[in-house]
Design a protein around this ligand. Structure first.
Ligand code: FRU
Length: 443
């Protein structure tokens, strides 16, 4: 069955995020988020917190365990220079009864138990009382020098318990490597020609229309010989930028058994990293979201650190970029790196978008410049905590930002959101006032 699917996908080209589409990326009133200021209360001042995801049920809804909801975040000690955090990333869980105040329960896995010398982004499934923590195994366990090999892994088993005082997740977990790049549809490390390759960020998704059990991930398309590459209508040098969104399928539905399938989307010639891919299905439309950086666009293109999105009528449909270019949410021009690593989830007829508070008050510095600032200045300018959750609406192939909630506020679907102002004020300064002046969002 899978072979047939490969054949089908190979016969008709994988949808592309083309250069022409990406050339249309511009900040608009509908896509620019309000300025973010440091929160009064930070989730955990001892930790840098960045990529974050919710513990969800098989159908994608948020898991509720005796009144608690759970998030998983990549974390590192706050004393560490922010740029070094990826080298020691540790998966920690946080729980909350109100979706606003999050308590850190500790590391998810016991020391040294998981694959990789550190663990990068993933997703978390609670199914039939069983926990499945999908993650990226970066490098190899116990390595002396850091390597950047990436494999997709799971830690399953463990137990989740609650009492009056909180929630705890305890091991042991069974760790398994689930997927590695095949070299044909997904680039292996040895095939990458200079740029960092990616094979990471597994995202569990069960298709509500077909019942198919899938794992999406970030990858790159192999270009074995750029001089003999006829598949893509781009210049030779642009072929170095070869990001893709991959998918694996579990024919039995078992969350630990996966078979690679052909990519859902490629950005060959356009962008190198399509990070943390995930899908929301709303009104029969499949919205595929990814995060990407200004510096991972092919140099002839100008993009931003932003959430990008695509819409199709099925998981393997002909994705077209939302808002023409793909741009869905970005930071204001004068705070271009204030948030990153967006994650969208449905909330009634809206979509909520969480992210983390990244570098701010840079006054024109680039991310590369930041690394050359004195350590205290690097620390001062790094948020390292959850950003205000954004409210978004999608209508076919267009989206519009509606407003923002507080830092780290992740409501459940049965929670009413504050009433929206009749008009969403486009000017960033005005937005800032309306959004943060009275505590929570636009009233
Ligand atoms: C996005 C990201 C992910 C990766 C993680 C590593 O912020 O690059 O793709 O898993 O950060 O820290």
């Amino acid at each position: 069955m899978l072979d047939e699917r490969w054949a089908d996908r190979d016969a008709r080209a994988v949808p592309q995020w083309t250069r022409r589409q990406a050339a249309g990326i511009r900040r608009t009133d509908e896509t620019v988020a309000p300025i973010v200021y440091p929160p009064d209360e930070q989730t955990d001042r001892d930790l840098h917190i960045w990529d974050t995801w919710l513990l969800r049920n098989r159908d994608g809804s948020i898991a509720e365990i005796d009144g608690y909801r759970v998030i998983l975040s990549l974390t590192a000690p706050a004393a560490l220079l922010p740029g070094k955090r990826h080298d020691v990333a540790t998966l920690r869980y946080f729980y909350s009864t109100d979706g606003r105040d999050w308590t850190c329960g500790g590391p998810v896995f016991e020391d040294g138990a998981a694959f990789g010398s550190r663990q990068w982004a993933g997703s978390a499934l609670y199914d039939d009382g069983q926990l499945y923590f999908f993650y990226t195994a970066a490098g190899s366990r116990g390595e002396d020098e850091l390597t950047y090999t990436q494999r997709i892994a799971v830690g399953s088993g463990g137990t989740i318990t609650t009492d009056g005082d909180g929630l705890s997740i305890t091991g042991p977990f069974d760790h398994e490597i689930l997927l590695e790049p095949d070299g044909e549809h997904y680039e292996r490390e040895a095939q990458s020609r200079g740029m960092i390759y990616t094979f990471r960020d597994p995202w569990f998704f069960e298709d509500p229309q077909t019942g198919e059990t899938c794992l999406l991930f970030e990858a790159n398309t192999p270009i074995p010989d750029p001089d003999r590459e006829a598949r893509f209508d781009v210049d030779r040098d642009a072929l170095d930028f070869n990001g893709s969104v991959g998918v694996a399928v579990s024919p039995s539905g078992d969350p630990t058994e996966w078979e690679l399938d052909a990519p859902l989307l490629e950005a060959v010639g356009t962008n190198q990293e399509l990070e943390r891919p995930h899908v929301i299905v709303q009104d029969g439309s499949y919205y595929l979201f990814i995060s990407s950086h200004e510096h991972t666009f092919e140099p002839g293109l100008e993009g931003y650190d932003a959430l990008y999105g695509f819409v199709a009528d099925s998981l393997r449909g002909e994705y077209t970029p939302l808002n023409g270019s793909g741009l869905v949410v970005t930071n204001p021009a004068d705070a271009p790196f204030q948030t990153y690593s967006w994650l969208a989830y449905p909330h009634r007829e809206e979509i909520l978008v969480s992210s983390f508070f990244n570098y701010y008050d840079l006054q024109g510095l680039s991310l590369d410049d930041v690394a050359h600032l004195p350590p205290a200045e690097q620390q001062r300018r790094f948020g390292g905590t959850l950003a205000p959750t954004l409210r978004l609406t999608a209508n076919s192939d267009e989206t519009r930002l509606l407003g923002a909630l507080e830092h780290g506020h992740l409501p459940l679907p049965d929670e009413d959101l504050p009433r929206l102002l009749a008009e969403y004020v486009a000017d960033t300064n005005d937005r800032t006032k309306t959004t943060y002046g009275d505590g929570d969002a636009r009233r």
